[in-house]
Structures are given as structure tokens and as C-alpha cells.
Design a protein around this ligand. Structure first.
Ligand SMILES: Cc1ncc(COP(=O)(O)O)c(C=O)c1O
Length: 373
């Protein structure tokens, strides 16, 4: 960003936030909320119409019947992740996470004086944990497993059978399964993904308006909790946040209008085209990508044969090609030095082609065919 501010042309492939226009109905709802009388705090669990709209969304999209009383609207999914850790973890407890995984999760755990315990995941299991890996990492004091589907940084998913298997494993140990579905809606396989809510009422599901809904700066997310968890979480939201942002909640209501949803869904095709260009082009440049990532907007690529260290490579690509990419070391320890993450959400296809041409120059490779025009 600093380089961009100095006028350098940087192709942004490190960012994890979508850059799309607000659907007209969402923009209009936000303007009306500003003009209307929405200056005050709201109910700490979120405005009832938004909790209802979220429950309706699960019914229409996933055929899951959900009591809106189980929905808690939060200040981004970050607030939800933090409160779930506060809810489940005592000092000295352990929470299982994937390595690689979303880096902030370990800090939510540490904030509770608990221990993030990482399960290494690899391409052969599509970067998701298996029940046997969970069983072997479960120790005394382990309270929960947190997974993301689709995941950051790999874009890999868990289908209903995989979620059910993980939940059975966790349940048998009196633990909790938390599924971060913040990239739901951004899945490029036919038929989309089923929500973890369809696999058990005891599963804690977290989601957000930041990715599929492309409203990251509005700081709004939600979680769906078992009924018994609502009173303690209400206490936390009242104390920690008072309420989620009022204007954002009124804007978000309009995000569930069929016209807005159609616009979000259409973007998936745009993202799919970017992914379908990028994966083969990066492979031609020598990056190792075992399979097409089915979701999110990331490609987690191996750098064996291209460089010894991901951070050196990222600096080189930034300095010499003006392309910014995230080092694997941001996402954990397991073979992290041997990977980088490319994001394809912030730049349109012609800019991604330009990025690939620049990378080819720096890496001394021929320009991949699809990047030539
Ligand atoms: C997997 C995952 N979970 C949670 C978050 C937090 O997002 P937000 O607080 O904007 O909902 C992110 C952000 O990139 C993420 O990648």
C-alpha cells in the first residue's frame, strides 16, 4: 500500500477482501438508514429483522430450518470468533486449528490464555483435517476443533460427509466443532456447498458479510449457536460491543433481497474465470498447485524449484515485478516456507494476466499462452 501511495503500479494479489460495487438496494438501504433514525445502539444480538433474514436465508439457500433466536449478529466474524473462544476456553485449554489456516484464530485462543494446537494439513487431504488426525491431536484439555470451509489460505472445502465425520469425532470427546463458513457462497463446484448447520444443531457456525456479500468494511458477521449458548453470549456482546453497527445492519438487510443475491451469485462466475486462468498459468510458471481450489478466492501454491524461502520470493516479486503476494509463513508453520498465497479477488482478469507476464519476466520463464493477450 505504501508503494502504491508513492505512485508505484502494484498488482494486489495479497489482499483478502473483495472489491466490488455495492448492489443498488444495499447502497439505498444504507442511505435511508443514515437519513432515518438509526443513530442509536441496537439490540446486542442484532436487529430482529436481520436475525430473521439470516434464518430465512438458511431455509431458502440450504433448506435448513433455523430459529432466528439462535442467530447472533456480530461486528464482523472476527467478533464471533473471539467470543466463541471466550465461551469455550478456560486458561490452559486447547483449541485445534489447521496449519495452514487463518492466522488471527491463534490470537483469539491466546487471548483466553489457552493454547492453539495446530493440525498439519496437506494437499493429499485437500488441506482439511481428517477425523483420525483430529483424534490423534486431541489431548486432555482440548475443547474444540475450528475449521474453515472454504478455507483461507487454500480455498478447500468440507462436504457434508466430512463435516459429519469431524463432528462425530469431536462429539465422542465431549468437544465442540466450530465451522467458519465466511467464504460460503464462493464455491465453484456444481451445486455449491451444504452448510454445517445441516449436519448437527450442536455445530457452531460462523459467517460474515465480508466475502460473498463483499461488505468487509461494514464490519458485520454472524454466528449460529446452540440455544444454551445464547445467554452467555448475550452477556458478552452487551459488555464487549454493546451492539453491532446499526447502519451496517440496516444495509445488510437489503443484501438478502433476491436482486442483491443474484448480483452476488453472478460475481461467482467472474471469480471462477479468474481462478480458471490463474491456476494453469501459475503452474506453467513453475508453481506447484495440486488441484483446482474449489472455493474462496485464493490459490495456495508451492514454490519448490522456484525459490528457497517464501518471504524472499514475495519481496523479490514485489520489488522486481510490482506484484504483491502473501508468504505461506503468514498462515502457520507446516511447510509454510515452501508456499505463497495468491488472491484473485482485488484485480480484474486483464490485471491478473499482466501480473503473470511480469512474474514470467522475473522468474525467467516463457509467458504462459493464456497470458499473452
Ligand atoms: C477464514 C477467515 N475467517 C474470518 C475472517 C475475518 O473476517 P471478518 O471479521 O471481516 O468477518 C477472515 C478474514 O479474512 C478469514 O479469512
Amino acid at each position: 500500500m505504501a508503494r502504491q501511495a508513492r505512485g508505484q503500479d502494484i498488482i494486489r494479489m495479497e489482499v483478502g477482501e473483495p472489491v466490488f460495487e455495492l448492489p443498488p438496494r444495499v447502497a439505498e438501504a444504507a442511505r435511508s438508514a443514515v437519513d432515518g433514525d438509526h443513530k442509536g445502539y441496537t439490540s446486542s444480538l442484532g436487529i430482529p429483522p436481520l436475525r430473521q433474514a439470516i434464518a430465512d436465508f438458511y431455509r431458502h439457500r440450504y433448506a435448513v430450518d433455523l430459529d432466528p433466536e439462535r442467530v447472533v449478529v456480530t461486528t464482523g466474524s472476527s467478533a464471533a470468533l473471539g467470543m466463541v473462544c471466550d465461551l469455550l476456553l478456560n486458561p490452559g485449554d486447547r483449541l485445534l486449528l489447521t496449519d495452514p489456516g487463518y492466522p488471527c484464530n491463534a490470537n483469539f485462543v491466546r487471548r483466553c490464555d489457552a493454547l492453539p494446537a495446530r493440525i498439519p494439513v496437506d494437499a493429499e487431504n485437500h488441506y482439511q483435517p481428517t477425523p483420525s488426525a483430529v483424534a490423534s491431536h486431541w489431548q486432555q484439555g482440548t475443547r474444540a476443533l475450528l475449521v474453515a470451509s472454504p478455507s483461507n489460505p487454500t480455498g478447500d472445502v468440507l462436504d457434508a460427509a466430512a463435516i459429519t465425520g469431524l463432528n462425530e469425532c469431536v462429539r465422542a470427546r465431549d468437544g465442540w466443532l466450530i465451522v467458519d463458513e465466511i467464504y460460503h457462497g464462493l464455491c465453484y463446484t456444481d451445486g455449491g456447498l451444504s452448510t454445517a448447520l445441516a449436519c448437527g444443531e450442536d455445530i457452531i457456525v460462523i459467517n460474515s458479510f465480508s466475502k460473498y456479500f463483499a461488505m468487509p468494511g461494514w464490519r458485520l458477521g454472524w454466528m449460529v449457536l446452540p440455544e444454551t449458548a445464547i445467554p452467555p453470549v448475550r452477556l458478552m456482546t452487551q459488555n464487549f460491543f454493546i451492539s453491532p453497527p446499526a447502519i451496517a445492519q440496516h444495509a445488510a438487510l437489503a443484501a438478502f433481497h433476491p436482486e442483491s443475491l443474484a448480483e452476488f451469485d453472478a460475481r461467482r462466475e467472474t471469480l471462477r474465470q479468474r481462478r480458471d486462468f490463474l491456476v494453469p498459468a501459475l503452474r506453467e510458471l513453475g508453481f506447484t498447485i495440486s488441484h483446482f481450489p474449489p472455493g474462496a478466492f485464493y490459490v495456495y501454491a508451492g514454490i519448490d524449484g522456484l525459490a528457497d524461502d517464501c518471504e524472499d520470493l514475495c519481496w523479490q516479486l514485489l520489488d522486481q515485478a510490482g506484484v504483491s503476494v502473501t508468504p505461506g509463513t503468514d498462515f502457520g508453520n507446516h511447510r509454510a516456507h515452501r508456499h505463497v498465497r495468491f488472491s484473485y479477488t482485488a484485480e480484474p482478469l486483464p490485471r491478473l494476466k499482466e501480473a503473470v507476464r511480469r512474474l514470467a519476466g522475473v522468474l525467467g520463464k516463457p509467458i504462459p499462452t493464456d497470458a499473452r493477450t
